[in-house]
Write a protein that binds this ligand. Structure first.
Ligand code: BTN
Length: 252
């Protein structure tokens, strides 16, 4: 395995990674924090700020779930942007950006599961949590980098870059993510739909979603940057919101 790049080198590496980027302006490297999302709020971060943690101990996932502490094996990032008009477009852009970064690192195509999980070999490699805070949007990205084993509850659901065959240092993973997400946020809606569709692991499948305490089953049609995910149910077409929808795993 290659030598680990120490935390002291992260600020310089990451500042170089965001230099000349459109939306990203400053990087803060935290040695340890509970959640980079909360750190952004506490530090009164402003649009263009990026917070990364060497270690995140109590990360939050979507819809009230936890994001496991991965010690020094994962990447935990929060990108702060001005509040975005369209949440669906933003969710799709973040998914596309993260997918492109992982593809660059793994040299293979990956899947996206609505709204923005990155899937490799049928397992989750990356999760994204998008929150609004005052007049800001906080894009939280968690990516499994070096894990070789998992707690029992994640064992058949999670995968790391190392397990998928790429031994990249965490700081290089973060640099790739920042560049690719910044690029994806510049894509127009037609490009985003196209980029999402070619990686969409649910498209054409019969899937059950949980949204606003209801379950909805149907055949997944396509994403729409304004309306979310279109699903053909027995009662007609419905649109599912990126912020409030999750996939119900089969057999649950
Ligand atoms: C999910 O799949 O449920 C989303 C997981 C998002 C985890 C990231 S890690 C960095 C940022 N800080 C957090 O507390 N959560 C997000």
């Amino acid at each position: 395995m290659t030598a680990i790049i120490p935390i002291e080198m992260w600020p310089d590496r990451l500042e170089r990674a965001i230099k000349d980027r459109t939306l990203l302006k400053r990087v803060f490297v935290l040695r340890q924090t509970q959640s980079t999302q909360d750190a952004a709020k506490r530090m009164n971060a402003t649009a263009g700020d990026v917070l990364v943690a060497w270690r995140q101990t109590a990360g939050r996932g979507r819809l009230g779930r936890a994001w496991a502490d991965s010690g020094e094996d994962g990447a935990a990032i929060t990108i702060v942007l001005r509040i975005q008009d369209n949440r669906q477009t933003l969710a799709i852009a973040c998914a596309v950006g993260a997918a492109r970064a992982v593809e660059m690192l793994l040299q293979r195509t990956v899947g996206i599961k609505w709204p923005n999980d990155i899937i490799v070999y049928d397992r989750k490699l990356t999760g994204i949590l998008i929150e609004q805070h005052v007049n800001l949007t906080l894009i939280g990205i968690g990516l499994n980098v070096r894990q070789q084993e998992w707690p029992e509850e994640l064992a058949d659901r999670a995968i790391s870059l190392a397990q998928a065959g790429s031994m990249v240092d965490r700081v290089d993973v973060i640099a790739a993510l920042l560049a690719c997400v910044d690029d994806a946020l510049q894509l127009n809606q037609t490009q985003l739909v196209e980029e999402f569709a070619k990686r969409d692991v649910l498209r054409g499948t019969r899937t059950t979603f949980r949204t606003d305490e209801r379950e909805i089953s149907g055949v997944v049609l396509q994403v729409d940057p304004l309306r979310g995910l279109a699903v053909q149910t027995d009662r007609g077409e419905v649109w599912l919101d990126a912020a409030t929808t999750s996939v119900v795993p089969p057999n649950s």
